[in-house]
Design a protein. Sequence first.
Length: 291
Amino acid sequence: MLRLLFVWSATCKDSAYISISLRTIAPSKMEVTRVFLNDYPEFNDRGYDYLIYNTFADEGHPHKFDREVTQRADEKFHQFRGPKLLLDSHDDGTVDGFARMNDKLSPRIKYTPGYEFVKDYNVIAAVPIKIRWFHKYQGEEKTIPIIYTGVKEPFPHTIRREVANRLIPFGVYTTRHRSSQMAASLLRQAKISIGVPGWGPIGSAHCEALAAKAVLFSHDWVKKVKLLPFAELEDGYHYVSFNMENLEGRLQWLMKDEERIKFIANNGYKAFQAGYSPRATAEIILKFFMG
């Protein structure tokens, strides 16, 4: 029986996609064990054939990055002699979540990797921001013209606040709910959803819009990263981009044609269905470890 150890940080909010991927692996092929990063330094990893290793990715974060625990865990990671993968979960797909290792050669799984990033690093698999079942379109009637669900603060840029202010004349439905399911229910009823940068070029609203069969109207930083592992998105076909110079014009162009909205929303939804696949990611992982 082949055994895989998955070490992950409890602060990795998007580990759900990888966890689901690993659960699709039949036990007859590989036994998967999960252990928290905080427990890994004392964990007996002898007897495991393979290792996937994740830590909190922002090394400069004053609270979430535990330097002492991470240093001890890193030492153990380097001592592991079997095949191993880094799981780089940095919110910004253009940034190295293991910069302290100064290592571009070790194979890694990378969340929404930047297209320039993959030219320099050994990325064997891209993974998306997680989507939960209630984000997925369930046949709702599209009664909300435009929705914007992003919080405005705190981010290292002012784009979210500027976009929100400039969207006011368009009557955008702006909402944040304590209930994620309620927010998702509204998104599934929307024709157009606004996507703006977060801590990186994209935020969670990008994949959620595609899953909800809404047109993703996105700031053009989305072009920096691979949003879906198994689909490439084309501007004007799967989504619509804007920048701070043409925001109003692009939105007016989109809104004046209901058939265009339906066409792009449907294309984006099909891309999501094809491009978001935990099972396909699991097959990449299996192939890497087992050949």
